[in-house]
Design a protein around this ligand. Structure first.
Ligand code: SF4
Length: 522
């Protein structure tokens, strides 16, 4: 063998090397012992005491919580981490507990990030003495090479946020490299979708101030001679092109997609005629567009009704004559109607997810003929999702914002649909019950949804899954009687159940909960 055989060139990616540090274990944040999101109230109180009230109040306004108030999916910081990692010439540095950073880097590389994630470790002493902030400042100074980076994003995870590590005191730029510091704690940002908005909003805010201060770089692809529509929300790569085709008869062009892929796109995004909030939860980003005087159009061109309404709203935002809007509608609506009619979907579906595009997908499924009984979104409701909610409710769909995993599972168990589309635990439960199930993020939201290309794009995968009911039944029958929960598996004798141990442990948990409650009252 002359050399290592590799699958791709990932091994050649440039890696940022850190120096060895003498780290003691991170301080323990006491919770109720039930996982990484436990003790959220305690951490939030600590963050407020450490001077982070303003940012937490802003998050509470931007991302209203309840009925569930803790992330039920992956760590929210994954959303902002991914946005930073996807941008060229942007370095990412995390500050948080080693276990959180391990999990976040693992997931980001699992999803194909070919970049290093910087990490500034800490111990009890560096955290309480403020040395951690100095270490972060030193690391950004070391990293700020204008030949390699346009910007460095530093993210405080839960523990540094709770301890009030003041990223706002970092310099705005070093050697021409912009420094963007954000706090993304699990106790302030409820979903990873909304964490994308935290970083997109912070970057737009920075870019807007740069625009106000003087001339900025033009977009790499040149400036469009038509007014543009900036698209808000990550979508299937063909969707912006499809939207561009639909904007063409209106005399408009499609602008950048936010979150952007490079810094100078942020200027072009701000330089638009209107913003299409395809994903409705980008509250902080929309605040920046509003400050720049850009109107915002909600919903998206999905299906027949959605596209007709969206084109009209875009026409209104640009003050276009009704005939021009009608011409665009006439050019695309018949094709959408045909595509929907030739690829029908039959069956009852429950749908849930945490991407923020759940309502749009439900609209498309209904127009394809499906009977959608329930739509749950982990994101909060916003003015930009109102039109979709109204449309769905008029069709008799139960729409739940900030839906918890329990809500989604309860809806699936009550409806007993022909297909459950949901998050991993919902899909797992669905399969246990013999209900064909599809994972929303990988199988549904990674498809074109907009205009004629989106109409009918879901039918193949949805119909194939519904047709799998026979296999699901055979599987359920095959596994019947193998046990469940802590008695799962094939046992030679009876499972060794110890309800007395369980009762004893429950007593301990109740005692801890009572003590925490009493503490709250003090
Ligand atoms: S940063 Fe917070 S929410 Fe994320 S994994 Fe760590 S403790 Fe959990």
């Amino acid at each position: 063998m002359t050399g290592e055989v590799t699958y791709d060139t990932a091994a050649e990616a440039q890696v940022t090397e850190g120096s060895e540090t003498d780290t003691a274990p991170a301080p323990e944040i006491k919770g109720d012992g039930m996982g990484c999101h436990a003790g959220a109230a305690e951490m939030e109180a600590a963050a407020r005491a450490a001077g982070s009230s303003e940012i937490l109040d802003q998050y509470a306004k931007d991302y209203p919580q309840g009925p569930h108030d803790k992330p039920q999916s992956m760590c929210p910081a994954f959303g902002s981490l991914r946005v930073g990692l996807r941008m060229s010439r942007v370095a990412t540095v995390l500050s948080g507990s080693a276990c959180c950073v391990y999990g976040l880097t693992f997931v980001s590389h699992f999803y194909g990030a070919r970049r290093s994630v910087g990490y500034v470790p800490f111990n009890s002493e560096t955290l309480v003495t403020g040395k951690l902030f100095e270490d972060i400042r030193d690391s950004v100074h070391e990293l700020a090479d204008p030949d390699r980076y346009d910007a460095i994003v530093v993210t405080n995870l839960c523990v540094p946020t709770a301890s009030g590590v003041p990223l706002r005191l970092l310099p705005d730029e070093i050697n021409g490299v912009r420094i963007v510091g954000i706090d993304v704690p699990g106790f302030g940002v409820p979903t990873h979708a909304e964490a994308k908005d935290v970083l997109a909003g912070a970057m737009l805010n920075y870019a807007r101030k740069e625009v106000e201060a003087g001339p900025v770089q033009a977009p790499a692809s040149g400036k469009s001679d038509r007014p543009t529509v900036t698209l808000l929300g990550e979508m299937f790569p063909a969707d912006p092109m499809m939207i561009g085709r639909m904007l063409d008869p209106l005399g408009l062009a499609v602008g950048p997609v936010v979150p952007c892929r490079e810094w100078r796109e942020l200027y072009a995004a701000l330089d638009c005629g209107a913003v299409a909030a395809i994903h409705p939860f980008y509250t902080a980003a929309m605040r920046e567009f509003t400050a720049a005087g850009r109107p915002i159009v909600g919903s998206a061109p999905v299906g027949h009704d959605g596209t007709a309404e969206w084109l009209k709203n875009i026409g209104d935002a640009f003050g276009l004559p009704a005939e021009k809007v009608a011409a665009a509608q006439n050019a695309f609506l018949p094709a959408i109607r045909d595509a929907l009619a030739t690829t029908p979907i039959e069956g009852t579906i429950t749908l849930s997810g945490y991407e923020g595009s759940e309502l749009l997908v439900a609209r498309l499924l209904i127009e394809s003929g499906a009977d959608v009984a329930y739509v749950g979104s982990a994101c909060a409701k916003s003015p930009q999702s109102e039109a979709d909610r109204d449309w769905l409710e008029a069709k008799g769909v139960k729409v739940k914002f900030r839906a918890s995993l329990e809500d989604d599972c309860a809806a699936m168990e009550a409806v007993k649909p022909d297909l459950a589309i949901g998050t991993t635990p919902v899909v797992q439960k669905g399969k246990e019950l013999g209900i064909p199930s599809l994972y929303f993020t990988n199988l549904i939201s990674a498809r074109p949804l907009m205009g004629p290309a989106g109409a009918g794009s879901l039918a193949e995968v949805v119909n194939a899954a519904i047709a799998n009911k026979g296999r699901m039944d055979r599987m359920t029958e095959f596994f019947e009687g193998v046990g469940h929960g802590d008695t799962a598996g094939v046992w030679e004798g009876d499972p060794n159940l110890r309800p007395d141990f369980r009762a004893q442990h429950q007593k301990k948990l109740d005692k801890v909960a009572r003590a925490a409650k009493a503490q709250e009252m003090i």
